[in-house]
Write a new protein. Structure first.
Length: 273
């Protein structure tokens, strides 16, 4: 199994220090938040992209993808009624796809709750139609670079658009692109689904392209109440061969402690199941 970590946890660290620690702990991959490096992907030069990639690869790490795609942006939105904004959003996602591929990655997680909320007065059907249009307009170019978009369901506390795996698949099937797949996140599934996480892993095993691990307390796996034995057992049984990526939201215990404890716990549980 390939364990990775979302690097915005180390937002105040320089890139070499991030890579040094991540590799030393035992992770094999890094998931980038673009806002941690520039205001927009076009601000990251070809030379900078090559340096970021080489620094990671020299330490045995792969930058396998991006997430928080629209975080800290302005004038971009997935479900908006404004056609010009939808067009700009699709173009921005293509820029991110270029960045992802240049860094050596092949997936982008679409979370960005504030940039997908449904406008007041807009119907659910129209919101889905608008989102599908954005994805249809960007996925072909992204696919040419070998990159997928993984649609992330989030809880109703975070957004009112796509809260369950079933709703994500509804949108994915509307778009009908091979490089548009499901993303599963433990925190989100704990807060939004009626079925258990192992049931959801098995139910959508052929549609899932990426997997985030965390807990309802916003910390890493092993740092909350969630037992990961049935979760990792289900991933193993379903022959999931993608990345398992640590994503946390509460940094209070400290970046290094969170990274180390999450990896230690995941490795221990993976080996036990």
């Amino acid at each position: 199994m390939k364990f990775g970590i979302c690097q915005e946890l180390f937002v105040d660290w320089d890139w070499e220090k991030q890579c040094d620690l991540i590799a030393e702990i035992g992770y094999k991959g890094i998931e980038l938040a673009p806002f941690a490096f520039a205001e927009r992907p076009s601000d990251i030069s070809a030379e900078q992209r090559a340096t970021l990639r080489k620094t990671a690869e020299d330490r045995g790490l792969q930058i396998f993808g991006l997430h928080w795609l629209l975080a800290k942006t302005e004038g971009l939105h997935l479900t908006t009624s404004d056609a010009a904004v939808r067009k700009k959003t699709a173009e921005y996602l293509v820029e991110l796809g270029e960045l992802c591929a240049d860094l050596g990655g092949d997936l982008m997680v679409f979370g960005s709750p504030f940039q997908r909320n449904i406008e007041e007065g807009m119907s659910r059907d129209q919101a889905y139609a608008n989102a599908a249009e954005v994805f249809r307009n960007c996925l072909p170019a992204i696919g040419e670079r070998g990159v997928r978009i993984c649609m992330e369901p989030l809880t109703t506390k975070e957004t009112d658009f796509v809260n369950t795996c079933a709703e994500a698949l509804e949108l994915i099937d509307m778009v009908g692109a091979d490089n548009f797949v499901l993303h599963q996140d433990v925190k989100a599934m704990l807060g939004a689904e009626t079925e258990s996480i192992p049931e959801l892993i098995h139910k959508y095993d052929t549609r899932t392209g990426h997997f985030h691990v965390n807990d309802s307390n916003l910390l890493g796996p092993g740092m909350g109440e969630t037992d990961y034995h049935p979760i990792l057992k289900a991933l193993k049984e379903s022959r999931y061969d993608g990345w398992i990526s640590v994503e946390v939201f509460d940094y209070e215990p400290g970046s290094e402690f969170i990274a180390r404890e999450s990896f230690r716990y995941l490795k221990e549980v993976w080996e036990s199941v």
